[in-house]
Design a protein around this ligand. Structure first.
Ligand SMILES: [Zn+2]
Ligand SMILES: [Zn+2]
Length: 369
């Protein structure tokens, strides 16, 4: 077993220095892996919506300059002293294909030990969200290597899952597994915002046995793609007020709202439509509002009288990532998800990759070192 033998090497990575400026390709000295760490050679990194928010300046990004990217698949290159095991308890072996939880947590604070929210750990570490000013810079996916710190939940990628689908499971897939949690009835689901999260949502809904899957977006191409990916109904909401959206949903579902509504657009209009589209006693899972996007007016009376359950789903627990990977092992689900990812764009053309992502040229743009 190759363990703790890293000689000094140089690693090439793309650095987001500031919003709205081209990324810089820089070389970093490789130090580590240290105690409890794992060095992973990156196979691919897919660009998530929150990376785009950082790039375009829509999101507060006080961690810059940083190697961004937190949807990563790679190969175990080297183990530090006292290496961790996989989340499953199996030993990690050099040469294994892996993905990992996008956050590392302490395991002992209130959120880790009692609240069931390790993704809100008071000592949280988040891949692709850490300044690269230090000598421990390799924490993002737009790089040749990434160092997995102690406290990271690491998963071996099953043979039948491609690198690109495994990468998207690390944020989109696992977050959707979280968003679906808590639903009792599984007849109808409304999905608002049909990017890569939406694609994972369709496949998760199918896996969970939902018979009606209504997909809402303002983009006709994305609605067409949703239908091809398993949506039972699609609604173009580009010229509809929130109440009209809810009426349309209700007419599709025989006069009631949906058992579950998942909001992934992060727009005020999308959230308002989602809020109105859940049935009495239904669940509204809010996923897309990761940056401030305007207030919506809600009379608490509407929540109480409709016995509505509202859940905010930001990031996920390690078992959600395990669940997403299990879904990806199914051939039909895998093929559908793979269609959402672009052909590889080399790291040296990372700015083009971001431009493609902004222009929605694919649900996810894949970058390879
Ligand atoms: Zn993400
Ligand atoms: Zn903690």
């Amino acid at each position: 077993m190759k363990q703790g033998t890293s000689s000094k090497r140089c690693v090439r990575a793309a650095v987001l220095v500031a919003s709205n400026t081209p990324l810089e390709i820089r070389d970093f000295p490789l130090s580590g892996p240290e105690e409890g760490e794992v060095l992973v050679r990156v196979s691919c990194c897919t660009i998530c919506g929150s990376d785009i928010h950082a790039f375009t300046g829509r999101r507060k990004s006080d961690f810059l300059p940083a190697i961004v990217g937190h949807e990563i698949a790679g190969v175990v290159d080297e183990l530090g002293p006292s290496p961790p095991t996989y989340w499953s308890g199996e030993p990690i072996v050099v040469g294994d294909r892996v993905t990992f939880s996008m956050t590392a947590s302490c395991g002992t604070c209130l959120y880790c030990a009692r609240a069931g929210l390790p993704q809100k750990c008071v000592n949280l570490f988040k891949y692709g969200h850490t300044a690269c000013a230090t000598d421990r810079a390799l924490t993002g996916g737009l790089s040749e290597y990434v160092l997995l710190v102690s406290g990271t939940s690491i998963f071996k990628i099953p043979d039948m899952i491609s690198d690109e689908v495994a990468a998207t499971s690390m944020c989109a897939g696992a977050t959707l597994a979280n968003a679906f949690e808590g639903t009792q009835d599984k007849a109808s689901v409304v999905l608002v915002g049909m990017g890569m999260l939406g694609l994972w949502a369709i496949r998760t809904a199918i896996k969970n046995g939902f018979s009606r899957i209504l997909c809402l977006d303002v983009n006709k191409d994305r609605l067409g793609f949703s239908r091809e990916s398993g949506a039972t109904d699609v609604i173009d909401v580009s010229n509809l007020e929130a109440m009209e959206v809810a009426d349309r949903v209700s007419s599709y579902l025989g006069g009631v709202g949906a058992d579950l509504v998942i909001e992934m657009s992060g727009t005020a209009q999308g959230v308002r439509s989602a809020f109105l589209s859940a049935r009495t006693g239904g669940q509204l899972s809010l996923v897309g509002s990761v940056i401030p996007a305007g207030r919506i007016e809600v009379d608490p009376y509407e929540v109480v009288r409709r016995s509505l359950v509202i859940k905010g789903a930001h990031n996920y627990r390690p078992d959600h990532l395990a669940s997403a990977l299990r879904l990806g092992e199914d051939k039909a689900h895998h093929e559908s998800l793979r269609r959402g990812v672009s052909k590889p764009v080399p790291l040296t053309l990372v700015d083009r990759a971001f431009q493609d992502a902004i222009e929605h040229r694919s649900h996810r743009i894949m970058v390879t070192p």
